[in-house]
Ligand binder design. Sequence first.
Ligand code: G1P
Length: 287
Amino acid sequence: MKIRTAVFPVAGFGTRMLPATKAIPKEMITLVDKPLIQYAVEEAIDSGIEQIVFVTGRTKRSLEDHFDNNIELNKILWDSGRTKLYEDMKRISEMVDVIYVRQKEQLGLGHAILCAKEIIKNEPFAVILPDDIILAKEPVTAQLIRQYERTGGNVISLMKVEECYAYKYGIVQVESRLDDKLFKLSDMVEKPKDTPPSELAIIGRYILMPEVLEVLKTIKPERLGEIQLTDAIRSEAKRGNVYGFEFTGKRFDCGDKTGLLEATINIAASSSELSGELKRIISALKL
Ligand code: G1P
């Protein structure tokens, strides 16, 4: 079955990025000239996604405005002859159908996905965590969809991390290696405290079967009162239906200052308009 829907959990407070996120959602933080959320939405569209579900919370109005039609702005741009900008603004609002669902309480990633259940219905779907910006020739969601078409099961994106960073991620346990980049998974642990089961961390791109939603309904909140998505996928892994794919691309954790800075520099470095200027700015710094 085709993957038509992508769920974007965007209800989090973004406390790691305060004060920037005091009055604006963290997904609206800018990387060069676009908010984080637009990179993630463009990735979904370039991967063939037709419907996007934003699981939002309070203070997320600007996300809705960003993907809406701003008639007054369009008129000003058109009347003043700035047709390129006019086209760009129209394109953003015409990109894709977005459906908004409220997550009324911050009960974790698993709970956020469950909020989209009525819209996802009984189909496999994608999950995109927009904090994880991934620069790749082939969008990572498209890479995962190809693996889903091959395996017919849940597919999650993986990246090698050093053991000292394992505590930040879900870490998987591999049952077998199916090829260079594709693994069958037997278990996983969210943010391990002890020795992690492997060096492969879960990154914020998933293709999930509707069964995961049924399992999510039964997952009990962990210590901090959060319902973890990893716990639901874990239970499917024990039934032998979860694969992990080590994607090709460069990933940045944009929920964090360093990641945001690194992503900004990388995007500027790969832009024909900005790379020369970036070189000049950096060499003038004499670091
Ligand atoms: C979430 C997931 C975690 C994953 C991470 C990737 O954690 O729960 O398994 O490794 O995203 O960014 P969060 O960063 O939201 O705490």
